[in-house]
Design a protein around this ligand. Sequence first.
Ligand code: URP
Ligand code: ZN
Ligand code: ZN
Length: 537
Amino acid sequence: VAAQAMATPCRLRLLLVLLAAVAVAASHPAHEAGGGGGGAGGCGGGGDGTRILIKGGTVVNAHRAEEADVYIEDGVVVAVRPNIPVGDDNVRVIDATGKYVMPGGIDPHTHLEMEFMGTVTIDDFYSGHAAALAGGTTMHIDFVIPVNGNLTAGLESYKHKAEKAAMDYGFHMAITKWNDEVSREMEVMVKEHGINSFKFFMAYKGSLMVTDDLLLQGLQKCKSLGALAMVHAENGDAVAEGQQRMIDLGITGPEGHALSRPPVLEGEATSRAIRLAKFVNTPLYVVHVMSTDAMEEIAKAKREGQRVIGEPVVSGLVLDDSWLWDPDFATASKYVMSPPIREAGHNKALQAALSSGILQLVGTDHCTFNSTQKAFGSDDFRKIPNGVNGIEERMHIIWDSMVETGKITVTDYVRVTSTECAKIFNIYPRKGAILKGSDADIIILNPKRSFAMGTRTHHSRSDTNVYEGRKGKGMVEVTISRGRVVWEDGNLNAVPGAGRYVRTPPFGYFFDGLDKSDAVYRASLRAPVRRGEAAAA
Ligand code: URP
Ligand code: ZN
Ligand code: ZN
């Protein structure tokens, strides 16, 4: 039987992997998935012997959609082709007729159990993962925040937080101060801990914000390590001025948040970061692009050939700032995040930029605070913890607002919600694809069913949801996480500890050819000019 025949070599390899794992167990953290990114292959997934055959669906990868079956064993995709025979009784068959079978979502931007603005985000690596899986996301990359600037201490703390992980995850690392030790630690993070991206906050003056001097040092270090520099682009000095201006005007409510940090400050910082990255000749990733101003800076840089990646987030794509003027503080404060959700119009422009490839992948910036935490700022908007939900809603909202409206194709949907993230962070095709050898992170979406969102049904611990009452087309009926069915027809089976750390190797495709453009630059200098005796010699 075909399925049976495919199983045997995989099991053998699994046994060898297990034997090898025993030998090296002492030197490797228990939570890590084996191997780096790059090529798919090997059995390195769930390894619990589960065998699943998804029959009759439309399998969608970023490069094409096809009518095919998908056979999964031990957490890995073993075959993708039409008419795979069922094999034996121990194979679980899932009928996907009339449905889309797609790679699970990968959210490039989340903050689980993050200490921020005097409190801690309410979703941790368990509740955040439960929410993600119920919404069709099977991996995310979270931001490690250093402890007093120390990266190693930050990583230790996040490793501990992630022990309850129910799905696979990776880490970016924030850089909040600069000295020789930080520079050395960045190297250790890349070479020993599988972190290939560093975030620089150009805002949050007095806490996370970095100066241009630090940003420049950081960009250079990132380039030398083959790590991607990421920026939160807002002019933090000007934001502080804007906040004081609002307070002086007696504006203390959530609307003051939007008024104090207008799009021009996001555009300025985006432009500055892009220009500094150009000066260093290193790729730049701009997180949570919220305004037309920032998007236009990215478009311009791309037109000029610069390697810039723009990440819109769901809130910026589909919400507008009118909520911040709601007379009810609890309602208005839910929508406080930075950069702020903008006036209507920016959202549609960001959607168009996503459709046309100016912006490349969709995150959430899932950073949830409940209504009690949001109330810390009831008499001063500067104290409202910044952040909104989205990890559970992203896949449905992007399907409904972008695919159902004809703005993007089904293959583009897979690209912007999964594949592009896997490619940028150098873990493709192990993640972000349904190919032989890829991890079996798969969703089955029924385009005929409808969804409704809100606190009554969501899996986040928060008592609020910025998408409360939102309805739309397209329902993720099944989520498979490394070969285990974890979400099926409304039933969630998120297992704490089942998630694995996914190392992200340096020198992803964005670094290809940088040595050549550096050489062209050096050759263009026509310097040093030899003068005096040197010229005569
Ligand atoms: O408001 C936000 N975005 N909170 C999370 C921290 C950040 O800036 O990404
Ligand atoms: Zn940010
Ligand atoms: Zn964020």
